[in-house]
Design a protein around this ligand. Sequence first.
Ligand SMILES: [Mg+2]
Length: 413
Amino acid sequence: MDRVILHCDLNNFFVSASCLSRPELRQKPVAVCGDASKRHGIILAKNQAAKRMGVKTAQAIWQARSLCPDLVTLKPDYPLYMALSDTVRDIYGRYTGHIEPFGIDECWLDVTPYTQSGGFGRRIAEDIRKTVKYETGLTISVGVSWNKIFSKLGSDYKKPDAVTVIDRENYGRIIWPLPVRDLLSVGRSTRNKLELAGINTIGDLAGAPLPLLRSLLGKNGETLHAFAAGQDMSPVKSVEHHDTARGIGNSMTTKHDLRSDDEVREAFLILSEMVARRARAKRLQGRVVAIYLRDNKLEHITRQVTLKRDTFISDEIAYHAMILYQNNWDAHLRPIRSIGVRITRLSPIDRCVQLCFFDMRRVSPQSLEFAKDDIIGRFGPDAIIRASLLHTVVHDRHPKEVHDVHPLSYFLS
Ligand SMILES: [Mg+2]
């Protein structure tokens, strides 16, 4: 049976994210730019309106302005992009544990098991597209196919906010006329070599004799031929949501708004537990705690604090998250729809701390945390639970795969 692989791509991600809280900009040409004063004054991303005026990525700002005098320029907000990227990946995580991120705004999802229980690729893709739009205000385009290469081409085929299915019946019609440069990993030099040999489209490449491709490109010629012919079998490599450089974060979009400090504290505790446990599993600790809060009007803030020492302790993370919240937000006045916690500036956990773990006579917060991991590792996520969270139903049964949790209010409705 064919696999069912989705490629989900957030459309104009940086600009869309930055405009979430400024809807008045949506119809205007907008670009996210590096800091001109630090000599990074180039266009990092632009929206469709700016594109129509000829604004291009990597252009100097003055150049873009000469083409498009009304261009609105915004500074990048990386903590926001990461928080939104997490929120969207958490949504993907409701459908499958097999998620392979490709940059901050793209992911492959293998949903094959899901389709065996009666779903269809297109239906799942439409469902994900609508959910992301409803819960975050961002749009994605989705390609659905039996391999990663075609699904990626599918997500590019129609956008924004669209689903394209590439199946065994239509791929010759949809994929093969595309220029060969559209294929993943075909760079300028490969493209030149292929075009010199008269191979201009993906269909040309699929029909080209293997010895010719080998002589032009070596081993890579075979790989690209397989890509073009729909024979790519590479798996969706489920990695942890976040690599070390990004830090470790979890977020959730709540079906019902958080309206009190207690609800917010509860959410931070749940999220901090997950963040801290994932950090410890990788033997990592963080120096910076960051929070992300968004209200039901899609207005958001990100705030962070640098700690005096590194931490992998959930209580500490939750404590600092709560202080950041208290200094910057009031849930009574602005109910919260989406909330996230992240630790960054990661470093390996000290050896001496690990030693404490084995010396259980010395009960420290550190060893308590490791002991909890041990119990959960042996007996499952329900084996130990914070008394303060007893009244909250938060157990996701597969915490390694799914990072989708719900606070109390979700279950009381
Ligand atoms: Mg994108």
